[in-house]
Each structure stands twice: as C-alpha cells, then as structure tokens.
Design a binder for this molecule. Structure first.
Ligand code: 5RP
Length: 260
C-alpha cells in the first residue's frame, strides 16, 4: 500500500506512471532495469490489463523480462523488434545535459544497446539522481572474466591521464563471489568521485582490452521525468529545451502497491 511507501518510492512511482503515458498501442518499447523501471513495468501492465494497451516490450535484463511477462506485457527480443520507438529506463545519475551514469543494477550493456536502438530514450528518476557533475556514483564497467585483473590494471593506468578525482576500482561482488551479468561478464566499479570530461572518459574506457561497455550514456537520453514524493513530476526535454511540471494522482490503495 502507498502508505507504506517511502517518499523515494513514491517519487519513483509517479515518474514511472507519467512515463507510461508515452507508450501507445503498436509501439515497440525498451523496458529498463532497476526499482524505478520496475514501477514502469507494473504501470504498463495495468494499462495492458485495464485499458487494452497493446505494445511489445524489449526487456533489458532477465529480471525485467520476468516481471513484464508476469504483468501481461508481450515480450520480444531486440532482434525480433529490429528497432524501437521508445526506451524508458532509470538512471543512477543524470546531469543537466541529460548525460547519465547507469549500471548500478548491473544491466548497463543491454540497457545501452536497447536505448541506442530507440528513436527516443526517457529516463525516470527521483530528484536525488540529478547531479551537477557525474561521478559521485561509482561508474560501472562491464569486463569479460578472462584476464579481468589485467583489464583492471589497464583501466587504473588509463585513469591517471583523466580528469577524475578518485581512481580506485573494485570488482562488484555478489556475496563472496564476483557478480555475474546477464552476459556472463564481471563488473568493475570505478570510484571516481567527479568526472571532468565524461565523453572523453567513455571513449577511453571502451578502448581497453577486455572492456565490453561502460555505464556512461552520453547524448543518448532525450527526456528525463523527475518524480517527487508529494506527487509532482517535472519533465525536461533536452531537444526542445523545455521544462514542465504537473501532478500525478494516485490513490492510497492502488492495486499496484500490493505485494510490494
Ligand atoms: C540498472 C540501472 C538502473 O537504471 C539504475 O541502477 C537505477 O536503479 P533504480 O531505479 O533502482 O534506482 O542502470 O543497471
């Protein structure tokens, strides 16, 4: 029930609910991963069941695929879809240019492929994700398991030439084992504190042998929908240069809040 939801969860929910209105029947839609994206999938499932919305979803992780099927969304692969009308996803950080850090949930590779294969990407987030400069959130970098310590050493060496504040890198763990992505890879988290030139860093990181992809999304996101705990949502459109604010109504005993 919403009464038990934290202000952050309410913020995520209203951003997701507003974003769900961008999905129209006939669309092929990329479905992000994470707690905010999970709200989106639930909102879209409700629209499928109660409003007859018909669209096909391309999930960015096995977690999202399972939830999407559970709530009644037709799931297809990116290869079946070919190209997408829209992708909606969460983010760990976004700046005023709508550049992002993603991958806190470990799904950055599929998320980046799906978002870049879309006409439009909308990010849904609570206001705490907005930063002046990217980098306080550790930057996830997906590497193949073979020789990952060599990739890590090369990454740390490359960071010396970069405009960053911290240079520590850590292997993401799942208990006492390395975290494994959906693609069977590892994730190195780069504790940079502040990234001076995100575009340059994104290009450099991807040149290191063993690196599959990094969590910097540069010039990919078109719109961000920021939710607040009191039901307000702010939509920023980077292409149109517009900012608008409205309110999303939700009832305390909304079905969506059950079983959370
Ligand atoms: C997953 C992601 C998520 O979008 C990001 O971690 C935000 O998650 P949440 O919505 O739970 O805060 O990039 O790889």
């Amino acid at each position: 029930m919403s009464g038990e939801l934290s202000p952050i969860d309410k913020a995520k929910f209203v951003a997701a609910k507003r974003a769900a209105e961008y999905v129209q029947s006939g669309m092929r839609v990329g479905l992000g991963t994470g707690s905010t994206a999970a709200w989106l999938v639930r909102c879209l499932g409700e629209k499928v069941r109660e409003e007859g919305l018909r669209f096909r979803g391309v999930p960015t992780s096995t977690r999202t695929a399972e939830l999407a099927r559970e709530v009644g969304i037709e799931v297809i692969s990116l290869d079946e879809a070919g190209w997408l009308d829209l992708t909606i996803d969460g983010a760990d950080e976004f700046d005023s240019e709508l550049n992002l850090i993603k991958g806190g949930g470990g799904a950055l590779l599929q998320e980046k492929i799906v978002a870049t294969a879309s006409d439009e990407m909308i990010v849904i987030a609570d206001a705490a994700k907005h930063v002046e400069t990217l980098g306080a959130f550790p930057l996830p970098v997906e590497v193949i398991p073979f020789g990952w310590t060599a990739s890590q050493a090369l990454l740390e060496e490359a960071l010396v030439t970069m405009d960053v504040l911290g240079r520590k890198t850590t292997l993401r763990m799942n208990g006492d084992r390395a975290y494994i992505t959906d693609e069977g890879n590892y994730i190195l988290d780069l504790h940079l504190s502040r990234i001076g030139n995100a575009r340059q860093l994104a290009m450099l990181v991807n040149q290191i042998p063993g690196v599959v992809e990094n969590g910097l999304f540069i010039d990919i996101c078109d719109r961000v929908i920021i939710g607040y705990g009191d039901g307000r949502v702010e939509t920023r459109d980077i292409n149109a240069g517009t900012v608008s604010e409205e309110r999303v109504d939700f009832v305390e005993d909304d079905n969506l809040f059950r079983d959370i």
